[in-house]
Design a protein around this ligand. Structure first.
Ligand SMILES: C[S@@+](CC[C@H](N)C(=O)[O-])C[C@H]1O[C@@H](n2cnc3c(N)ncnc32)[C@H](O)[C@@H]1O
Length: 238
């Protein structure tokens, strides 16, 4: 599985004592010392194929990519005690903010790890995920950044492998380029489009209304009166 946007070298988290200027990012230490729901990157790699056991009790594992400040992760996990939810995020401050939400709510079915979304194939065996959520992934709108857009062929090939048949994939985004990119990239992959809604504020969301959870970035766009769009896919039979 190759893609130009994927970095040459695999993602490997720098060990705490190898960070050149640790005082520049106090959130790094906060994260390293956090304990559950934080899962260190090395442990995340070792959990490949065993994620169900990493949570308080075994249940189907769903993944949110780019979980940011954790509004969706914590609230979706609270509303769905029947599933386990893992958030993957790259920025320390956002990870800590999200982990604090999970801890405050006392959720045993939500975990967070620091990992690069371009290397998610490190973390999951085929069919290990039962649901996938993307809320406002970075759109990289400039043409010269096209290779940085996650929602392309590499991503859908990976997602088709990681998701079990029947699993949902939900995308919420302010950028129609993300919608178009995802729909173009499922060409030839085992996904069916169940719903696509432009401007969910005006036209209603494509997922159950009780699962509509406003995220940090969504709130920013909605405050400016900008539309937010939604897509629901289903991993179909191969
Ligand atoms: C526009 S923000 C959206 C955050 C949140 N989902 C929301 O809706 O408020 C995109 C998020 O993806 C994270 N992100 C960007 N590239 C990533 C990568 N390669 N791996 C993991 N997370 C990434 C960013 O740090 C950021 O928190």
């Amino acid at each position: 599985m190759t893609h130009l946007g994927r970095h040459q070298r695999p993602f490997r988290e720098t060990a705490d004592d190898q960070v050149p200027f640790p005082e520049l990012n106090p959130w790094l230490h906060r994260w390293v010392e956090f304990g559950r729901p934080a899962v260190r990157s090395q442990e995340a790699m070792e959990l490949k194929g065993r994620w169900r056991e990493a949570f308080e009790r075994p249940a189907p594992v769903h993944l949110e990519i780019g979980s940011g400040n954790g509004f969706f992760l914590s609230e979706f996990a609270r509303r769905h005690p029947e599933l386990n939810l893992l958030g993957v995020e790259i920025r320390y401050k956002r990870l800590v903010t999200a982990a604090l939400k999970v801890r405050k709510l006392g959720l045993g079915n939500a975990l967070l790890t620091r990992y690069d979304a371009w290397w998610l194939d490190d973390l999951f065996e085929p069919g290990e995920l039962s649901g996938l959520y993307l809320n406002h992934p970075d759109p990289w709108p400039k043409d010269r950044h096209v290779e940085k857009r996650l929602l392309g062929p590499w991503f859908t090939e990976w997602a088709a492998g990681a998701l079990v048949e029947g699993a949902p994939l939900w995308l919420k985004t302010d950028a129609l380029s993300n919608v178009d990119g995802l729909l173009a990239a499922i060409e030839g992959q085992p996904f069916e489009v169940l719903a696509r809604v432009e401007d969910i504020g005006a036209n209603g969301c494509p997922w159950p209304v009780e699962d509509e959870i406003q995220t940090n970035f969504q709130a920013k766009f909605e405050r400016k009166g900008l539309p937010v769009h939604g897509v629901v896919l289903r991993r179909s039979a191969s």
